[in-house]
Design a protein around this ligand. Structure first.
Ligand code: PLP
Length: 456
């Protein structure tokens, strides 16, 4: 008998974020073989409605012919050439110009390309360190991130990530990294605290940390406009302006990690536009190509560039796949689709629809602590007790993971977020309203089935 891809997967593939060997015991993962729009098809013929656009990234949906054709054309013409020092290819040049155009009035100037959000955030760390060396203040190297922030898994980016599970096995974070409280309203907001007071308190915590560490030792603050993997946490009104006032006071750079929020996910081209962030540096990935080909970037502001382009010599950093022409061609076609099909405006409409339906179906459910979101990203958090002072479930009950499994059994893919009893929704921008209705109906059924099981 011949081996199926599933057999070979179990025998040979070491899956990310998996218990080594688990698939050999549990019969293995679902083998996805094709996709169209918001629907995936598995090897056994089953179909799944993908409410997560892969991992928050397939924004134009699966199988878009325009992106596929651009990839084919570029692969035939010039699949690869590098961009180290004196060499260049045309697609990354066109793309960098397009990206800067889309950042509008954010004061951006240059793009450094990589392949993943993680490698781009490692580039950020090195850039910021180099920047302060050039300014003659080599002691200004600490980077402050937020608990529950997700910035990747390489050594520096995993350090920025604020999830203890991502640190424990690896002696992380690096000694230069600190974390502060995120704007997690459900658990962090005090009774009676309005948006302004909550924002002011979080900004005061950041200020106190910078003062305690010594402002001359703190280089940068990094934040996702809406923390995604850490729980889908839209900040309260006024949060980023309050944070940025603190950063400016202490001459600390603002890095906006736009890996999920960039290119339309929040209903504007960048999360920085939607939330009034004035970044010095931005990280991009995912939605820049809708993940058809891996591509990431660090977007550098004019004033940071001025320092880097002084007489500091070579920036000793770069990847084989930096400025990859095939990835850049995919990105250009993808961004053309987002523009031509009016998908950023559609994000707002579909996002409103998704949140309204989730609220109707689950807002008053005894298991639900909160429905939240912004643009076309949303989450439902489950609690053991609702009300003014909600209570968490015992983590060993794995409530969100069970609900996610119940959704999968019913043909819909959502995601249980790490360290929170939360499931998330981040569908393709191209999703139809009826597909959103279907997603919400399945979520409701899944929540009811787990509620029944918990009551037994
Ligand atoms: N930054 C953010 C905000 C992310 O959500 C992610 C991935 O989910 C990353 C960085 C890391 O990106 P990658 O998985 O491409 O390394």
């Amino acid at each position: 008998t011949t081996s199926t891809p599933g057999d070979l997967d179990r025998r040979r593939v070491f899956h990310p974020f998996s218990i080594p060997g688990a698939h050999e015991r549990d019969g293995g993962p679902a083998m996805i073989v094709s996709g169209s729009g918001s629907t995936l098809t598995a090897a056994d013929g089953r179909t799944y409605l993908d409410a997560m656009a892969g991992l928050w990234c397939v924004n134009v949906g699966y199988g878009h012919p325009k992106v596929a054709e651009a990839i084919h054309r570029q692969a035939v013409k010039l699949p690869y050439y590098h961009s180290f020092s004196s060499m260049a290819t045309d697609q990354p040049a066109l793309l960098a110009d397009k990206i800067i155009e889309l950042t509008g009035d954010l004061g951006m100037s240059k793009v450094f390309f990589g392949s993943s959000g993680s490698d781009a955030n490692d580039t950020q760390v090195k850039l910021v360190w180099h920047y302060n060396n050039l300014l003659g203040r080599p002691q200004k190297k600490k980077i402050i991130a937020r608990h529950r922030g997700y910035h990747g898994v390489t050594v520096a980016s995993a350090s920025l990530t604020g999830l203890p599970a991502m640190h424990a096995q690896f002696d992380l974070p690096l000694p230069q990294v600190r974390h502060v409280t995120p704007p997690y309203s459900l658990w962090e907001r005090r009774p009676g605290e309005d948006d302004a007071a909550f924002s002011a308190r979080l900004a005061a915590e950041l200020d106190a940390l910078i003062v305690a560490e010594g402002p001359d030792t703190v280089a940068a603050f990094i934040a996702e406009p809406v923390q995604a993997a850490g729980g889908v946490l839209p900040p309260p009104e006024g949060y980023f302006p309050a944070i940025q006032a603190v950063l400016r006071k202490h001459d600390v750079l603002m890095i906006a990690d736009e890996v999920v929020s960039g290119f339309g996910r929040l209903g504007g081209w960048f999360g920085s536009h939607v939330l009034g962030i004035e970044p010095d540096l931005m990280t991009i990935a995912k939605g820049v190509t809708s993940a058809y080909v891996p591509l990431s970037g660090v977007v550098v502001s004019e004033h940071v560039w001025k320092v880097l382009s002084g007489d500091g010599g070579v920036f000793q950093h770069g990847y084989t796949y930096s400025s990859h022409p095939l990835a850049a061609a995919a990105a250009l076609a993808n961004l053309e689709v987002v523009e031509e099909e009016g998908l950023v405006a559609q994000v707002s409409a579909r996002g409103d629809h998704l949140r309204a339906r989730l609220n109707e179906a689950l807002g008053d459910h005894p298991l639900v602590g909160e429905v939240r979101g912004l643009g076309l990203v949303a989450a439902v958090e489950f609690v053991a007790e609702r009300g003014e002072q909600p209570k968490r479930f015992d983590p060993s009950l794995a409530v969100a993971a069970r609900i996610t499994r119940a959704c999968l059994e019913r043909g819909m893919i959502t995601r249980a977020l790490p360290a929170a009893d939360t499931i998330s929704f981040s569908p393709p921008f191209t999703i139809a309203e009826q597909e959103i209705d279907q997603i919400v109906a399945i979520a409701r059924e899944a929540v009811d089935s787990v509620a029944d099981a918990l009551a037994r």
